[in-house]
Design a protein around this ligand. Structure first.
Ligand code: FAD
Length: 317
């Protein structure tokens, strides 16, 4: 079932989770171990992130270095299929522009379609670790909207090979990312939202937000989106803080603010267990307020912390 249909058919706020593929070398049981405890909350869907390969320099026996491409977390498509098969819950693979040629994207979409996966979250992806800013592949997409348009074309049966006439139509429900605190590359929120509006007008059916720790940021974002004519459901993305280092890492990596009240409370903690308690309580309060405001879905970034998410969601459902 499509994410948009889950939203349309539900009377109240639903719950969904996002997971990362495990590091290469682990088996699918690590995914089930992660998700099993969360299944009692009957999530409407589970997102699986996509991680592009990284360029690394591997030392050879003669002391010189060899440049190698390493994908540390492969398996997004397979994990989605496994989740749907194992739990009968819809899976949402993330698709990115970075590292992909259009033809590879088309093949991935065909695989997803054959597997009965009809949801995708389309993203640009960040710059590769060895690049200072995002660089599209020579035959790839520069922005999420370009990838989105490729998925929309395939939904109309239009393939890259021009000699495919009357091509079979896929049926993807497409989600995109939104940033209540602005995407870090955008010169201002207005410009960023103009690009978000273009993604929705091009066929995105819903928006999932970057994490935020102050609900005001989300409510203001939704209000501004509506004022600009962006009517698609906006799913809040939520993450707990579980250690002190995140006070500097999260703003640096995700370009989000941490409210003073929360950072002060965390700074007073003596152990990570205490931080986890503060982070959990904060997320419970955030979730309660968002649920009261009737948000369509509470989307939790589980990021290796299923127990913390379990502790939060049990207070909400
Ligand atoms: P875009 O929508 O392409 O926007 C990128 C920037 O370009 C923005 O500043 C925007 O304002 C600007 N822009 C957009 N269109 C245009 C245009 N036509 N002309 C000029 N400027 C334009 N990354 C991963 O690698 N894997 C994941 O699985 C993943 N999952 C994510 C899930 C969520 C919910 C979110 C919020 C982010 C996720 N990311 C993921 C990170 C994401 O890839 C980065 O934030 C990336 O930098 C931007 O992606 P985007 O899809 O928002 O890009």
């Amino acid at each position: 079932m499509k994410v948009i249909d889950h939203i349309r058919e539900s009377k109240g706020t639903q719950v969904s989770f996002e997971i990362l593929p495990p590091l290469k070398g682990k088996t699918i049981s690590s995914i089930y171990d992660h998700l099993d405890p969360l299944m009692e909350f009957r999530p409407s869907f589970i997102n699986v992130t996509y991680h592009r390969s990284e360029t690394m320099f591997k030392k050879k026996a003669d002391g010189t270095f060899e440049k190698v491409e390493v994908r540390k977390r492969p398996g997004t498509v397979g994990i989605c299929a496994a989740i749907m098969n194992h739990y009968q819950i819809d899976a949402v693979p993330h698709l990115i522009c970075g590292g992909f040629a259009k033809r590879e994207t088309e093949d991935a979409l065909i695989d997803l379609h054959f597997l009965g996966i009809d949801n995708v979250l389309v993203l640009r992806g960040d710059a590769a670790k060895n690049e200072s800013s995002f660089e599209a592949e020579p035959d790839g997409h520069a922005y999420a909207i370009d990838l989105l348009k490729q998925v929309v074309s395939l939904n109309h049966g239009i393939y890259l090979e021009e000699d495919i006439k009357n091509g079979g139509k896929t049926n993807f429900c497409i989600g995109v990312a939104g940033y209540p605190e602005k995407h870090f590359e955008a010169p201002n929120l207005d410009t960023d939202l103009t690009h978000l509006k273009a993604k929705v007008e091009a066929g995105a059916e819903y928006v999932t937000t970057q994490m935020f720790f102050d609900n005001r940021k989300y409510f203001d974002f939704v209000k501004t989106c509506r004022a600009m004519g962006i009517e698609a459901p906006i799913i809040p993305g939520l993450k707990p803080i579980t250690n002190k280092k995140q006070l500097s890492i999260l703003p640096k990596v995700f370009h989000v603010d941490i409210p003073k009240e929360l950072s002060n409370a965390i700074m007073k903690c003596k152990t990570d267990a205490e931080v986890e308690m503060v982070g959990t309580e904060w997320l419970v309060e955030q979730s309660r307020e968002l649920k009261k405001a009737n948000v369509p879905v509470l989307h939790y970034y589980t990021l290796g912390k299923p127990k913390v998410i379990w502790n939060v969601v049990k207070e909400i459902v």
